[in-house]
Design a protein around this ligand. Sequence first.
Ligand SMILES: *Cc1c(COP(=O)(O)O)cnc(C)c1O
Length: 232
Amino acid sequence: MGLQNRLQLVEQRLEQACARSGRRREDVRVIAVTKYVTARTAEAVVREGVTHIGENRWPDAKAKWESLGNEAIFHYIGSLQTNKAKDVIGKFDYIHSLDRISLAEAIQKRAQALDLKVCCLLQVNVSGEHSKHGLAPEEVKPFLEELRKYDRVKPVGLMTMAPYESEPEATRPVFRALRLLRDDLNESAALSEPLTELSMGMSNDFEVAVEEGATWVRLGTVLVGKEEIEEG
Ligand SMILES: *Cc1c(COP(=O)(O)O)cnc(C)c1O
């Protein structure tokens, strides 16, 4: 299936998921995850009007950023090593994987040097799988309190990855728990601004995530496909 067909199909499925759950389509935004494809394909995706690009490693993202940095908004969705923060801060508009204070410190330092603020989503390990990064749900509130020291780090929402399930419906409790956690934090944590974003849902489970309140879905395979990549 070609790119345009995949985009159309995803659009239909998003509209249907919004309709089923009484949500407005414009409240759900798509991040095209281009980690499996070349810069050329990423350029085609942006030309088709999907202007948010997600990548999880700087070496793979570099060529895409150099080509599309002025046209697209870049989202860093992978786990970020503290000593790599300097590579991506200033280039990526959103960091979806903030999960420890040492990383906040590294982001703060780099953001200060560049005189900017960085929008961050706190990655939460809702399912408790050992293989997954992220804060435990009960750690998020104290983490947010500690984050107040870092004025260049602007928390805007929460991110999670659900375990892969052959039956996507099985992911619903994970997504629902993330939404309830966000709502609870907005009521109880002393935040200067509410957390508005929920980054959740991938190729296999995005419709369930939308039904549960996702504001960002991160779509790789289903939207941009996978290619044999030969370039660095
Ligand atoms: C790779 C990746 C995605 C996209 O994966 P697909 O299943 O191909 O849609 C989304 N989020 C994160 C954090 C990823 O690493």
